[in-house]
Design a binder for this molecule. Structure first.
Ligand code: AMP
Ligand code: MN
Ligand code: MN
Length: 312
């Protein structure tokens, strides 16, 4: 059921033990929003614990309280009276679903979130889930400490490409401004996030070498095979290197995370890539979306090129 932010806050106020989670392959918004929510809920007297069924990229580990995030173990249970799912629909949280049978409160900004599993506060115009959690602090009367502010600012910054993408709106910059007032150091966050290992830069070189253009150079595709992919932990920012090509409307990055398991990132300047991603079992936003394909790298590329051909 769709609910308002005030109703979402009331669900949280009525609960005592809250299990918080976000999507697998967690990004800055997933980790930032869960950490901020955990700290805010604790500050108003709740028991709150984060579980995420994946490993986050190294850069995010500098966030305050990151070390408290747990990964569910086989057969593990967690005693909770509410499951708070952030930055995703409830079907992308892996084995966290098995930790509890508690009712679900879902807070998200993905236009492709169809809900149907518990209560959903959806705000597709929000640049990041962190932008929503920032407003939630007010509804909960929870203080925005410097740690909370650092986590929230990280999600705003990562989901907007440091306030450059079209999802950046006045509310986003208002939130960022307030968060700086609350103690954020923007340079600390950007320096942590931009750091790359040598293997990652070499991976970017390999990815650029794989670049192929389709449909009169409107579509750019980069691939990373498994042997290369396993040498580093994140492809954050890679796709931006080809998205900027002047003729490009749609860019794809296909990463072979494991044999027959490819993760796809999509970026667009016009075409609605969330529709293409949803058709292939994924989701996302108008200009940034993704999906996972259980195929070889070559087959994934063929599928994507065919799907985008229909959309252009
Ligand atoms: P990324 O390319 O990983 O930065 O993802 C771009 C956007 O698409 C983000 O908002 C993701 O949450 C969303 N997204 C990526 N992969 C998936 C997927 N398999 N299912 C649903 N949404 C996805
Ligand atoms: Mn996310
Ligand atoms: Mn997000």
């Amino acid at each position: 059921m769709l609910i308002t932010l005030k109703e979402a806050a009331n669900r949280l106020k009525a609960a005592d033990k809250i299990l918080i989670t976000a999507h697998v392959q967690p990004d800055g918004d997933a980790i930032g929003s869960t950490l901020a929510a955990m700290l805010m809920l604790r500050s108003i007297g709740k028991t709150a614990q984060i579980y995420v069924d994946d490993i986050a990229r190294k850069n995010l580990q500098a966030l305050p309280h990151f070390e408290e995030i747990r990964r569910p173990k086989d057969g593990e249970k967690f005693d909770a009276d509410l499951l708070l799912v952030l930055d995703t629909s409830t079907d992308r949280i892996g084995n966290v679903r098995k930790l509890t049978d508690a009712p679900i409160l879902n807070i998200d900004h993905h236009v492709t979130n169809k809900g149907g599993d518990g209560d959903l506060y959806l705000e597709p115009a929000a640049a990041a889930t962190c932008e929503i959690v920032f407003k939630l602090a007010d509804e909960l009367d929870a203080p925005i400490t410097p740690d909370v502010a650092t986590c929230l600012y990280t999600g705003l910054a990562t989901d907007t490409g440091f306030f450059q993408f079209s999802n950046t709106r006045a509310e986003t910059l208002f939130a960022a401004s307030e968060l700086i007032r609350c103690g954020v150091s923007p340079n600390f966050i950007s320096e942590e996030l931009e750091r790359k290992s040598l293997a990652e830069v070499m991976g970017l070189r390999a990815a650029l070498n794989s670049l192929k253009m389709y449909y009169g150079d409107k579509v750019a595709v980069m691939t990373i095979d498994h042997a290369t992919a396993k040498t580093f932990d994140s492809t954050e920012g890679f796709i931006d290197e080809i998205r900027v090509i002047d003729t490009v409307d749609v860019a794809f990055l296909i990463t072979e995370k494991a044999p027959n398991f490819c993760r796809v990132s999509m970026r667009s300047k016009g075409v609605d890539v969330s529709k293409i991603a949803a058709k292939l079992g994924g989701g996302g936003h108008l200009r940034a979306a993704g999906c996972t394909l259980k195929t070889t790298l070559a087959e994934a590329e063929r599928l994507l090129v065919a799907a985008i051909g229909e959309a252009l």
